[in-house]
Design a binder for this molecule. Structure first.
Ligand code: DAH
Length: 353
């Protein structure tokens, strides 16, 4: 048997040397005949099982030598072809084909704005905390001082879980306040961004899910002046040094006193108000647009979460991320954020923040 193998090996070696190629197809034919799995060299390897065990070592040397010869000849032919290419003008690779573009994604505008808000508050010593989107009644309502019959608990606002009315999709990120206070001791400075859900009809101005960022600051002697200063600083950082902030008295069950926070929209700018894009249809001609709510944490809420309200005070605030993003980037329809149209999503970068 080993003699047969020897003869075949010699024949293949001669064939190899005589095989000439002039173009890419012929090179491929060489590869099929001498290199690929089904090549004559491959077949030679297949004879292994018919060779007597004592001759296997010799067999291995013979076929490896042929394989080596085939590989060498293949390289030689490629080189030859490359060299003649210049003369004949033929190319192995078509360099004129358009490249397959490597598409990079972009960061969603809501994420850009969320990251920027986090960055501003992190510099003031706030950390970031998160809580579950599926929340229980205690964290979303009861601990936050919502009375038993408060309208916000009713079906039109809240998505309850049918089988268990104690569980709902959180309606605001204020629920994270409670979780942080339950688990940490003051001083607390935390920012909680996240998705919230409300049972609302979808339109350009409302959606059944959106995003908020909640802030909480608890320590000894925290005052309303601290709250105002913190939010003044934030508004100037995000919207520019000329931005003014005003607080209007308001009501939230979990803060006392409570306020709504507006920022100035530069209405007197002769070039047109920046936030409304000159249209005045967001500030409705008043020069102010609302960006969130705030207040001093109600002592009941501190006690419900295990914090001594005699010793500690604190402030909290909550803002809508969609709202701020729409103002920053002059977006007019909330639905664009969740439609995943890349033509829309591609337009935003952190350079504009
Ligand atoms: N949770 C409120 C909302 O969803 C926003 C808010 C208002 C949060 C006042 C606060 C706050 O922390 O102090 O409308």
């Amino acid at each position: 048997m080993i003699e047969v193998v020897k003869r075949q090996a010699e024949a293949i070696k001669i064939d190899l040397q005589q095989f000439a190629v002039e173009n890419a197809e012929q090179l491929e034919a060489f590869r099929m005949r001498f290199i690929s799995k089904k090549s004559v060299v491959g077949e030679l390897f297949g004879l292994m099982k018919d060779v007597a065990p004592e001759s296997r070592k010799e067999f291995g040397m013979i076929v490896n030598e042929v394989k080596q010869a085939a590989d060498n000849r293949f390289k030689e032919l490629i080189e030859q072809l490359e060299n003649t290419k210049g003369q004949t003008g033929e190319m192995l690779i078509d360099l004129t084909l358009p490249p397959v573009p490597n598409e990079l994604g972009t960061i969603h505008p809501l994420s850009l704005v969320r990251n920027r808000i986090i960055e501003i508050f992190e510099r003031m010593g706030f950390n970031v905390s998160e809580g579950p989107e599926i929340e229980d009644d205690w964290h979303n309502f009861t601990a936050l001082n919502f009375p038993e019959n408060h309208p916000a608990r009713e079906m039109q606002d809240t998505f309850f879980i049918e089988k268990n009315p104690d569980i709902a999709l959180r309606t605001h990120t204020s629920s994270v306040q409670v979780r942080v206070m339950e688990n940490e001791k003051p001083p607390i400075r935390t920012l909680s961004p996240g998705r919230v859900y409300r049972n609302e009809a979808i339109s350009a101005r409302a959606h059944c899910f959106f995003h908020q960022v909640e802030g909480l600051y608890i320590d000894e002697n925290v005052s309303f002046a601290d709250l105002k200063q913190t939010l003044y600083h934030f508004a100037k950082e995000l919207f520019g040094p000329e931005t003014k902030v005003r607080f209007r008295p308001s009501f939230f069950p979990f803060t006392e006193p409570s306020a709504e926070m507006d920022i100035s929209c530069d209405i007197d700018n002769p070039k047109g108000c920046q936030l409304c894009g000159g249209s005045k249809n967001i500030c409705k001609g008043t020069g102010w647009v609302e960006i969130g709510g705030a207040g001093m944490v109600d002592p009941n809420v501190l006690e419900n979460s295990g914090i001594d309200s005699e010793k500690y005070t604190g402030f909290a605030f909550g803002m809508g991320i969609e709202r701020i993003t729409m103002l920053k980037f002059q977006i007019r329809d909330l639905r664009l954020f969740s439609e995943n149209d890349v033509r829309f999503l591609r337009q935003f970068t952190s350079a504009n923040l």
